[in-house]
Each structure stands twice: as C-alpha cells, then as structure tokens.
Design a binder for this molecule. Structure first.
Ligand code: KIV
Length: 279
C-alpha cells in the first residue's frame, strides 16, 4: 500500500474542507514511528524538547544543535506526517539573515518540511522571506513560551480588548506574510474561533485554545502521561505511561532479585561437546 504523505497543500485543503487537523510533538524515532502508525497529520519537533526531554525549566536554553539532532531522529521514524522543526530562542530574533540561515538548516540537514517560529507582526518580514525562498512556515501566537520572561509567566493571553485585537491582527499579518498554519496557544476559545473564521488560508492549530480551531496540537508526553508532574488544564491524558512504566520496572527489579528473569526462553544454548572441552 502506498502511503500518501501530508504536504502543506494537504493542510490547506483540510482547512478548506473543515476537516480537523491533528498535530502532536515528537522528539525521537520511536515516537515518530508510533504516531505515524496512529495516523497523525503533522509532527512538531517542538522546542518543548527543552522541558520535556532535556530537563530545562523553559524553552529558552534550547539550541539549534539540540533541535537538529532530535529533528533528524524524528525524520528517521517518519513515513507520512508533515514534520515541522521548531526554531529555538534567538535562532531568528536577532536578524533576518540568522532566521533564513537557521530555517534552511532544518530543511537541508534534517529533511523536515517546515519550520515554526513564535511572534506576530515583528516576524512577518522574515516569514515573507522564508516562504519566498520555499521554506514553509508555521506561526505561533498567544502564549509564546520563548517570551516567558517578558510575559511574566505561563498565562492565558488575549483577555482584554487590546491584547485580543493584537492577536487577531498578528494572525492576519502572518497569513498575509505566507504562513500556512498558526499555532494558537492558551487563548480564550471564542477568540481562537473568531481568528479561525477570519483566516482564509492559514490553518489554526490550537493548544489550550478550544475546539473552534482548524486543528489541535498536544505535547506527546502530556497526552501519554509519561510523568506524574504538573499537567496543564488544557491537556487530556489518553494514557498513564507513568504508572505503567513504574509498575513494569518494579516487576523487572523483583524478577531479577528473585532470579526468575531471565528464564530459559531468554537464553542462548551451547553444545555440551563444546562446553566439555573448556578448561
Ligand atoms: O514546543 C512545542 O511543543 C510547542 C507546542 C506547545 C505548540 O510549541
């Protein structure tokens, strides 16, 4: 069976048809294989890598080399999904040249299809250049974690008139600059639905932004319950891998201590005639 790969044209078509778009983060080959098998449309190699995999307190310390390393791993496990590499903090904010160079590294060195970057009108000149150069772009508005120090914490965005209007204006500006999709993070559901209705070509992908978006994204470790730490209000846990993992490893420890693992079926044989000749 041939697998039809998801392209930016597929995502645009899904928006036009009103078909919900699914996106999930992944950071390694095993997760990429699993989410492809499940049939997800888009994989985001998010800079949430920093918090989720590398143990940083925020996404701010994440480097280009770390992002490229994990995006390459995801690409080795990808078969159908459209993979988006997340541009880390300060890989594009200082200059257009930096942004062009680092975005190109994602496509050239990892083989992914698109890049994501945070910000509104201030990043539009870069988005225009990237799309003109053939690099598809996903925008990111609302709670933009790379600006957590400026925002004063991980809070819902766009609650007053000025802030809500700015998100609408930024979304329209990103669409006009060529972004084919825009992540809306932690914004009121009614605002996200209004933006989704007003954008003609760019698909909105919500996280903590309600069901009125064109698609949804979740961090894979949150959705799967990989740890028992803090979990944002907007997450639905579809599995409890933390409990499963701890129970499995406890059982392994008990089996090794009791010498019931490895059992005969886990061992390799040698002929007695060989064994007898050993001294
Ligand atoms: O880095 C990330 O995982 C993200 C998602 C939360 C959208 O940006």
């Amino acid at each position: 069976m041939t697998v039809k790969t998801v392209t930016t044209a597929t995502i645009k078509e899904m928006k036009q048809k009103g078909e919900p778009i699914t996106m999930i983060t992944a950071y390694d080959v095993a997760m990429a294989r699993n989410v492809n098998e499940a049939g997800v449309d888009m994989i985001l190699v998010g800079d949430s890598l920093g918090n989720v995999v590398l143990g940083y307190n925020s996404t701010v310390p994440v480097t280009m080399e770390e992002m490229l390393h994990h995006t390459k791993a995801v690409m080795r496990g990808n078969s159908r999904a459209l993979v988006v590499g997340d541009m880390p903090f300060m890989s594009y904010q200082a200059s257009i040249v930096d942004g062009m160079y680092n975005a190109a590294r994602f496509l050239k060195e990892t083989g992914c299809t698109a890049v994501k970057l945070e910000g509104g009108s201030e990043v539009c000149p870069l988005v225009e250049k990237l799309t003109a150069a053939g690099i598809p772009v996903v925008g990111h508005l609302g709670l933009t974690p790379q600006s957590v120090n400026q925002l004063g914490g991980f809070k819902v965005q766009g609650k007053d008139i000025a802030a809500a209007q700015k998100i609408i204006d930024d979304a329209k500006a990103l669409e006009a600059a060529g972004a084919f999709a825009i992540v809306l993070e932690c914004v009121p559901a009614a605002l996200a639905a209004k933006i989704t209705g007003e954008l003609k070509t760019a698909a909105t992908i919500g996280i903590g932004a309600g069901s009125g978006c064109d698609g949804q994204v979740l961090v894979c470790n949150d959705l799967l319950g990989v740890t028992d730490g803090f979990c944002p209000k907007f997450v639905r846990k579809y599995a409890d891998l933390h409990t499963t993992t701890v129970a499995a490893v406890k059982q392994y420890i008990a089996d090794v201590k009791a010498r019931t693992f490895p059992a005969a079926e886990h061992t390799f044989k040698i002929d007695d005639s060989v064994l007898e000749k050993l001294y």
